[in-house]
Design a protein around this ligand. Structure first.
Ligand code: 5GP
Ligand code: ZN
Length: 113
């Protein structure tokens, strides 16, 4: 499959990893929109939030556990942060593998990502 994030999971494209386990990978966004900008993705290819089903949704709960862990590690849990998942054309999704942006490290404007 010609999917950029599947290639990052496979190690075919390098990334700066923040967290990894058997189901989830987190890495720094190549073009950060905030001082802290991490992407968290399921290792299973799910195209977008529109494709979450009863069969694949357990990884989403795990992703949010990982998000809380990363927020603590990055020291942004206290001041707060934003989690964004763009879906489809109107959502502005550019990489069609489900991902959650963690954005923080400064007071974010209302329209970011
Ligand atoms: P989207 O626009 O689909 O919500 O988010 C895609 C994100 O992936 C963007 O923030 C973009 O900067 C990031 N991105 C695109 N290509 C790469 C890459 O090769 N490596 C990394 N680390 N991030 C990427
Ligand atoms: Zn993929």
């Amino acid at each position: 499959m010609n999917c950029l994030f599947c290639k990052i999971i496979a190690g075919e494209i390098p990334s700066t990893k923040v967290y990894e386990d058997d189901r989830v990978l987190a890495f720094l966004d190549i073009s950060p929109a905030a001082p802290v900008h991490v992407l968290v993705i399921p290792k299973e290819h799910i195209t977008s939030a529109a494709d979450i089903t009863a069969e694949n949704s357990s990884v989403i709960a795990h992703i949010f556990e990982v998000i809380a862990k990363i927020a603590k590690e990055k020291g942004i849990d206290g001041d707060g942060f934003r989690v964004v998942s763009n879906a489809g054309e109107h959502g502005g999704q550019t990489v069609h593998h489900l991902h959650f942006h963690i954005l923080g490290g400064e007071k974010l404007s209302l329209r970011i990502c």
